[in-house]
Design a protein around this ligand. Structure first.
Ligand code: SIN
Ligand code: FE2
Length: 198
């Protein structure tokens, strides 16, 4: 584990076998709650496809960013699979369990602009981010917009804990390197973020 600007980078946290188990769990979530492209508040569909597991799912449309208790098709979010819960309990011991596991799928041209994760009510808990599949170029900024940034490639099995001083730090994904991993049969990158919401 090493730190960049307060972000804990657990590189190689999941070995290949564990990555496969977590990927299977994600496929189960996607079967129950199909990924969709959320609409940004400014009316453009996002390039990243999303779905969620847990009591609450992250959602976006013209009314803004928020957590909702149902998939847009009106179905409940599936529970967070146990293999995913185990990672949280290992990295964030002795606290509350996450209420949301947001699943982001990045295809060849997907990216995610610099943003803060601030739709949660309690910033005492970290956001735990798990990378699967193709490499993603992760950029870390500051607590306000602008200023110098630092970038690193996140690989399949890497986990980032964004907590403490870094909980509200800007971050994003500039691009992925499509086809760098064989974990996802059709390529692309999956990122999971586990969050305490309420
Ligand atoms: C996020 O910040 O929500 C996702 C980050 C990532 O895809 O690694
Ligand atoms: Fe984020």
């Amino acid at each position: 584990m090493y730190r960049i600007r307060g972000f804990e980078i657990h590189d190689g946290y999941l070995d290949r076998h564990a990555q496969s188990s977590v990927f299977s769990a994600v496929q189960e979530i996607a079967r129950a709650a199909p990924p969709y492209a959320p609409m940004t508040p400014w009316g453009k569909p996002m390039r990243v496809k999303m779905t969620s597991a847990g009591r609450l799912g992250w959602y976006s449309d013209r009314r803004g960013y928020r957590y909702v208790d149902q998939h847009p098709d009106g179905i409940p979010w599936p529970p967070i699979p146990e293999v995913i819960m185990e990672m949280w309990r290992d990295l964030v011991p002795g606290g509350r369990d996450p209420e949301c596991c947001l699943v982001n799928y990045y295809g060849e041209d997907a990216r995610m602009g610099l943003h803060q994760d601030k739709d949660e009510a309690d910033f005492a808990y970290p956001v735990v981010s798990v990378s699967l599949g193709d490499d993603g170029l992760f950029r870390i900024g500051n607590d306000t917009k602008g200023g110098k940034t630092e970038s690193l490639w996140l690989r399949s099995g890497d986990v980032v804990v964004m907590g403490g001083d870094a909980r509200l730090r800007y971050h994003g994904i500039d691009k992925i390197r499509f086809g760098t991993s064989t974990l996802l049969p059709k390529g692309g990158r999956i990122n999971l973020t586990l969050r305490v919401v309420t």
